[in-house]
Design a protein around this ligand. Structure first.
Ligand SMILES: C[S@@+](CC[C@H](N)C(=O)[O-])C[C@H]1O[C@@H](n2cnc3c(N)ncnc32)[C@H](O)[C@@H]1O
Length: 336
């Protein structure tokens, strides 16, 4: 199979089902993939205002009647190459979603989240609602530690202007991320936005990890992975698509996206899970009583204690409960 090797990964020009044997069992940390949609007379790429002359030719579609067996075959390969604890993200429209869900159901992979990605530039329609979402199926292989970097983009204490948790909002399972509008630039017809790929890669992998895309298309997954100092590999069956983008992989400077990626403004909490000692418990008791006199709500008190003791919400709650630290009923009266 034709391939191109770079310092941060090998990319193959061929069928990912036949070629997957080139990738050893349990060797990949993260799979992000966006299979062909199997739609006859494909209109999915016809977004508002796009000049089709800039869309790369050569995209290989799967006939609708073969979609089910094709899906089972590549999903089995994904299951084989992902390491125990590794994560698999599959982007899918709704037309053949059931085949992907059925195939996943037949593997050992476990569902973690079913994410909805809502984008701009929906598919043009005149007599029905405009379609402007994809499904992102997030699965993991059991038997190992799953990487999920909870505070890789927003720390637990970062708030928006209304006091809402930015970390919570970023981890909700509906994502609103715009497609990239690249007027005048050559692109694959369903290129995934860097913002979406960065988010997945930041949460579900660490620097140096191997990220695989079985359907490279415009190589956007590989490019983003390298930009965030991960290694990358994958397959693209179309020679035209492969030749249009593979060379660029040899010219990328690893880590080129690190400065522009979303990162926490405040340091992540230390998740030491240390046991509370006598001294800390006394201090917690003292501080709690002090805050309780100020008229703050219980939620606000817990938040202040989180910051002061550099512990998570549950650690504070548990310590308060375990040490029977209860709110004072009246100002000035002992609350313990
Ligand atoms: C939806 S596109 C991927 C888009 C890509 N995520 C991006 O951001 O550019 C699917 C790609 O899979 C390729 N493809 C189709 N069948 C394939 C196969 N059996 N093995 C590898 N690639 C295949 C198509 O040519 C197409 O480029």
């Amino acid at each position: 199979m034709r391939s191109i090797a770079t310092s941060h990964g090998i990319f193959y020009n061929g069928d990912c089902i036949l070629g997957a044997s080139l990738i050893p069992d349990n060797s990949v940390d993260l799979i992000i993939t966006d299979p062909p949609y199997g739609i006859e007379g494909d209109r999915l790429h016809r977004h508002y205002n796009r000049d089709e002359s800039f869309v790369t030719d050569g995209y290989v579609e799967i006939p609708s009647e073969q979609y089910e067996s094709f899906t089972m075959d590549w999903v089995r390969q994904a299951e084989r190459i992902i390491r125990p604890g590794g994560s698999v993200y599959i982007v899918s429209g709704y037309t053949h979603l059931r085949h992907i869900l059925n195939a996943l159901h037949k593997t050992s992979l476990e569902e973690i989240n079913h994410i909805i990605w809502r984008y701009n530039f929906g598919v043009f329609t005149s007599k029905k609602y405009v379609s402007s979402h994809y499904h992102i199926l997030f699965y993991s292989k059991p038997g190992g530690n799953r990487t999920f970097n909870t505070e890789c983009r927003f720390s637990l204490s970062e708030k928006d202007e209304n006091g809402g948790s930015l970390n919570y909002q970023d981890r909700e399972d509906v994502w609103i991320i715009n497609r990239e509008y690249k007027p005048g630039k050559v692109k694959n017809k369903n290129e995934l936005p860097t913002a979406l790929l960065s988010k997945i890669i930041q949460y579900s992998s660490n620097e140096g990890d191997l990220v695989c895309d079985l359907f490279l298309g415009g190589f956007s997954t590989a490019k983003t992975a390298i930009g965030l100092l991960r290694r990358a590999t994958g397959f693209e069956i179309s020679q035209v698509m492969f030749d249009a983008r593979a060379y660029e992989m040899t010219t990328l400077v690893p880590g080129f996206l690190l400065n522009s990626a979303q990162t926490p403004k405040e340091p992540a909490r230390k998740r030491t899970r240390k046991i509370w000692n006598q001294e800390e418990t006394e201090e917690l008791r003292r501080k709690y009583n002090e805050l309780n006199q100020t008229g703050l709500s219980q939620k606000e008190i817990t938040e202040r204690l989180q910051e002061e003791f550099d512990r998570g919400y549950w650690s504070i709650e548990k310590a308060l409960k375990k040490n029977s630290i209860k709110p004072r009923r009246h100002k000035g009266e002992s609350g313990i």
